[in-house]
Write a new protein. Structure first.
Length: 140
């Protein structure tokens, strides 16, 4: 996001983290450690998003990402619903449920929601490819 698109007034930490697409906990740690600027307003922490965005961009150019897997703007793939995962594999969502229930496909559970991490889905596909190497597909 271009600095011109960020709000000019300081934002509460959680809103700033969403604007910057970084985890709020990581942003708080960086501010508390003095690696990024933040304003204390009582118990709240306010963040001037354009300033922090510019510093994170500079870090990225210099190859310094901090303790966030060396990526100042982590790109977290969107977690998939069972239906979305099923559509990608060309199976029913019941098949996905069975794979998760049998422990063959990991699922991310939070509250009543259950999602599939695309990386886990790719790993499952790779395991299936490895297992299928010895399969004879000759219908005779």
């Amino acid at each position: 996001m271009d600095a011109k698109q960020f709000p000019s007034e300081p934002l509460p930490l959680n809103k700033a983290a969403r604007c910057l697409s970084v985890p709020a906990g990581w942003l708080r740690e960086e501010i508390e450690a003095g690696r990024l600027p933040g304003l204390r307003a009582g118990r709240a922490v306010l963040v001037h998003v354009p300033t922090v965005a510019a510093q994170l961009t500079e870090r990225a150019k210099q190859g310094e990402g901090g303790n966030m897997s060396d990526d100042p703007f982590p790109i977290v793939e969107k977690l998939l619903t069972y239906k979305q995962a099923a559509e990608l594999l060309g199976v029913t969502d019941r098949t996905i449920w069975t794979l998760v229930d049998q422990g063959e496909l990991p699922a991310v559970r939070f509250g009543r929601s259950v999602r599939i991490d695309p990386a886990d889905l790719r790993a499952y596909i790779d395991r299936c490819k490895s297992a299928a190497k010895g399969v004879n597909h000759d219908p005779r």
